[in-house]
Design a protein around this ligand. Structure first.
Ligand code: 5GP
Length: 144
């Protein structure tokens, strides 16, 4: 997938937004939805996606919707920090396949980091246990 292409409404995050695919959700408002990454690079890896946009990446996000979306990204980052108390957090976002993007609906990754715990490889980890994701989600929801 190149950086510039048409939005494919069958992408997995669009399906999650439409309720066609399940997700372990932690936060939702008018602008954004946050849920646990099923192939986490670290415990508590959370994704924040914008609603009601066909933006494949940051470049395509309508500017007037960017501010409210980024507020949601910060809110979820604060909740992950408060819930899991990591030593640090990576907040990141990829644009285009050569940059590492694999799902073409804009999203920010919120990844807790702890001293001495290596970061799992992006897009190469195993699938998480849904029960374990739900336990983490309960803590994050309570902290939002
Ligand atoms: P990207 O590679 O596009 O930056 O990130 C896509 C992310 O979506 C990856 O971290 C990947 O683990 C996650 N992911 C892929 N498919 C699913 C899915 O079906 N459900 C959830 N919750 N996450 C997914």
């Amino acid at each position: 997938m190149t950086l510039h292409d048409t939005y494919d409404s069958t992408n997995i995050f669009a399906k999650i937004l439409r309720g066609e695919m399940p997700a372990v959700k932690v936060y939702e408002d008018d602008t954004a939805l946050a849920f646990m990454d099923v192939f986490p690079q670290a415990e508590g890896h959370t994704l924040v996606i914008p609603k009601d946009v066909e933006a494949r990446n940051l470049l395509e996000m309508p500017p007037e919707k960017l501010g409210p979306y980024m507020l949601a990204v910060q809110k979820v980052t604060k909740a992950v920090e408060a819930a899991l108390k990591p030593d640090g957090l990576v907040v990141t976002q990829f644009n285009g396949a050569p940059a590492g993007q694999t799902v073409y609906h804009l999203h920010f990754h919120v990844i807790p980091r702890n001293e001495g715990v290596p970061l799992g490889r992006h897009g190469a980890g195993g699938m998480a246990d849904m029960g374990e994701l739900e336990k983490l989600a309960v803590k994050i929801r309570a902290a939002v």
